[in-house]
Design a binder for this molecule. Structure first.
Ligand code: GP9
Ligand code: MN
Length: 735
């Protein structure tokens, strides 16, 4: 019957279908998909957490592969169709496989700048690639073996029937739609994924390798454009700004910490209001950061009560950029992500290596690619970067999505720190006190009570701050026990707010204020972060109320170490200098803070009282305008340097840095061989301790060990759900 034959014809025959051109394309996409999953889960460490992130990773190879290989469907000629589609597939495959190999050596993905990098790197990689080959890599070639087999058995068929152009268009449209859906899901998982960048891993696991290449190419292009338009002439106005704004050192403090080890302690998300704060729960008071408070009030400290963060979307990375370069982050995205790998930079580790022979290292319990640290730190001259791969394997018990719990990270750091030659310049990037708070703490870290508001984020903020405090105390105790303490200078700083402005009205009652009368002035004042310079043995310290911000930290440190900041392209000023200009510029819509005026969210206030100035008289207007001009001049000078890569034109005594010589792999070997080479001259803690490890001197008792079960009844509800889904742990903090 006629109908029957139609039915027969339309009945789906897989074998037949695979012999069609569309069947061939889908087969290639399918094989590429399988290989990508192999790379994702066997070769790369995508750091995916929870079902949602895994799901996105699972689907993301498909849209772009379909889009690319599907292009061949527009070709009429049979031979050309098979050649082009196979070639496109091969391109995708080569890109995938090269990344898998590259990842083994660099734990990162191939970027445009890597491709264009100096021949020495690529030559090295060529040699290394052979060594990096593994037997399991044969999996990547199974389809080629199969192809050979099939062609020997003469089982290969070509479809001579050209694909309908409209149907070809439908495939393209479908793949674009799938890609948009992929992007949408990724943005839900990580708001502002593309604008802020975060890390190459985040992009790859959300959008796949080809999309990462596109993303990276776009970034490299815009950085390259700004850079190529800039010339040595652009340095002149910037240099003039820096010369005019140079703040000469304060004699009382110049060189005060000369030659000492420098230990930066990064207080993640810690705001100044936590200092001396006592949390009231059930009629009892709990001091949140007793140890930091003791440092804050010590006569050996230069403690600042009006120190502000100045970060924008780059958050932690902006803080790091300012602290170590005295240059701002970008107005959009993260400097470390966009320019960190390529710009010529003169950061603290490099400056100190040249002025005092410092050895430098960062310790951080997250994976090294976050905020593009693994590349940026090389440009900054960091000799070592101990990231998650150097420490205990992260588990649901000892870590959260941003890395290992602080006490674990610090305990694991000692084995490396003790092998470093002194003086060292080191940064401990602590992270447990990071949004979403409390969920990172589990087991015996539980104990400090939760606050009692309707906002879970605020409720947990105090407990993780207390954990951070206890971690630092443990580390200080360790250094005291080793004897290194007295020959060190400690700088503790908060990187940015932890409670966003949208939540501040919920915080108000805990600060003795009302949610109803909460203003933007109050928001502005909450952008204060701790900044404590602690110099053991110093007796003339105290609390200083000078207004300043993160941009000022590097010149301040330089002067304390007896290095004149004048020779470098730094836009901040020594905060201890009598010439220090007390204008805190911010990256948010012309906002600034000075001792007299605060401008925030477009409103003007008296800083001392919080009274809003709705109708400024002429002289006030003139004063405010002067401040705004000064703030924007500072930002503009910094932006010119950062986006124009102007430091490359600067001629000073600092010899150029060859970052290709720096590797963050096998660091323990590097450290011990330096120690051996130096023999008796080695100044590492280990050598000074009679070649005995000091690891056992580190003790970080848990809250319950320290306090017993004092906070009975104040349980931590998040502690039993240590794995949080990423959708609940991301927060859009755009204020
Ligand atoms: C993770 C950490 C977090 O490595 O630096 O960065 P943040 O989210 O605070 O910018
Ligand atoms: Mn941070």
């Amino acid at each position: 019957m006629y109908e029957e034959s139609i039915l027969k014809k339309t009945k789906f025959n897989l074998k037949e279908f695979l012999r069609t051109r569309l069947g061939y394309i889908l087969t290639l996409v399918f094989i590429y998909w399988l290989k990508t999953l192999w790379a994702y889960f066997i070769d790369f460490n995508l750091d995916t957490k929870g079902f949602y992130q895994n799901f996105i990773a699972l689907i993301n190879p498909i849209p772009v592969a379909l889009l690319l290989i599907g292009i061949a469907l527009y070709i009429k000629n049979s031979k050309a169709f098979y050649i082009v589609s196979s070639f496109l597939y091969l391109l995708l495959f080569v890109w995938l496989f090269s990344n898998s190999i590259y990842y083994r050596e660099f734990t990162d993905y191939i970027s445009i700048s890597t491709i264009m990098a100096s021949s020495s790197v690529s030559a090295g990689l060529g040699e290394a690639a052979v060594k990096l080959f593994r037997i399991t890599d044969l999996v990547y070639f199974i389809d080629f073996f199969l192809l050979i087999y099939l062609s020997i058995r003469k089982k290969i068929h070509f479809d001579s029937k050209a694909f309908n152009k409209r149907a070809g268009f439908a495939v393209t449209a479908l793949s674009i739609m799938l890609f948009s859906a992929n992007l949408f899901l990724a943005e839900i998982d990580r708001p502002e994924l593309l604008s802020r960048g975060f890390s190459n891993t985040y992009i790859v696991r959300a959008l796949g390798l080809p999309a990462f290449l596109g993303y990276n190419a776009n970034q490299t292009y815009s950085a390259h454009r700004d850079r190529s338009e800039a010339s040595a002439k652009d340095l002149e106005p910037v240099q003039a700004y820096i010369d005019q704004n140079y703040a000469a050192p304060n004699n009382q403090f110049y060189g005060k910490a000369k030659g000492r080890n420098v230990i930066y302690v990064h207080l993640e998300s810690l705001q100044q209001f936590i200092i001396d704060y006592k949390l009231k729960v059930d009629g009892k008071e709990y001091e949140v950061t007793p140890f930091l408070n003791s440092l804050y009030h010590s006569k050996s400290s230069l403690s600042f009560s009006n120190f502000f963060h100045q970060v924008k979307a780059g958050k932690t990375s902006d803080a790091e950029t300012m602290l170590e370069n005295s240059l701002f982050g970008l107005n959009q995205g993260s400097f470390m992500v966009q320019y960190g790998s390529s710009n010529t930079q003169q950061a603290a580790p490099h400056i100190l290596a040249e002025n005092g022979d410092y050895t430098s290292a960062v310790f951080h319990g997250n994976s090294g690619s976050f905020w593009n640290r693994n590349n940026t730190y090389k440009q900054w001259g960091y000799d070592y970067f101990f990231d998650q791969s150097y420490f205990s394997t992260p588990t649901a018990e000892n870590s959260f999505q941003y890395g290992l719990n602080d006490k674990i990270m610090l305990a694991d750091s000692i084995q490396y720190l003790e092998r470093m030659q002194q003086p060292f310049y080191t940064k401990l990037l602590l992270v447990s006190h990071h949004y979403p708070y409390t969920t990172s703490l589990s087991g015996d870290e539980v104990g400090f009570p939760l606050a009692n508001t309707n906002d879970q984020t605020i409720n947990g903020y105090f407990a993780t701050a207390n954990y951070l405090d206890a971690s630092i105390k443990a580390f200080f105790d360790y250094l005291k026990a080793t004897g290194v303490y007295d020959n060190s200078i400690f700088i503790l700083y908060g990187d940015h707010y932890g409670i966003s402005n949208s939540r501040n009205p919920n915080l108000a009652p805990l600060l003795g204020k009302s949610s109803e009368t909460w203003t933007d002035y109050d928001n502005a004042m909450l952008q204060r972060v701790p900044y404590i310079i602690y110099i053991p043995g110093m007796t003339d310290g105290g609390i200083i109320d000078t207004f300043g911000g993160q941009i000022d930290a590097l010149p301040t440190l330089e002067h304390l170490l007896g290095i004149d900041s004048r020779q470098y392209l730094q836009v901040g000023q020594d905060i201890l200098s009598p010439d220090h200009n007390q204008i805190v510029a911010t990256r948010t819509n012309g906002a600034f803070i000075t001792p007299k005026y605060t401008r925030y969210a477009g409103k003007l206030y008296y800083t001392a009282t919080g009274e809003e100035i709705t109708n400024p008289d002429e002289s006030t207007q003139a004063e405010v305008e002067k401040i705004m001009n000064a703030a924007s001049a500072q930002l503009a000078a910094s932006d010119a340097i950062q986006t124009g890569d102007l430091i490359r034109f600067k001629k000073n005594d600092l010899p150029p840095l060859d970052s290709s010589k720096i590797s963050y792999l096998h660091s323990m070997n590097a450290l011990t061989s330096i120690e051996e080479e130096l023999g008796d001259k080695s100044t590492s803690i280990y050598s000074k301790n009679g070649k005995k490890s000091t690891v056992d001197l580190f003790h970080a008792p848990s809250y319950l060990e320290l306090h017993g079960n004092k906070s009975e009844g104040a349980t931590n509800p998040s502690s039993d759900s240590t794995t949080t889904t990423s959708t609940t742990t991301t927060e859009k903090q755009t204020d």
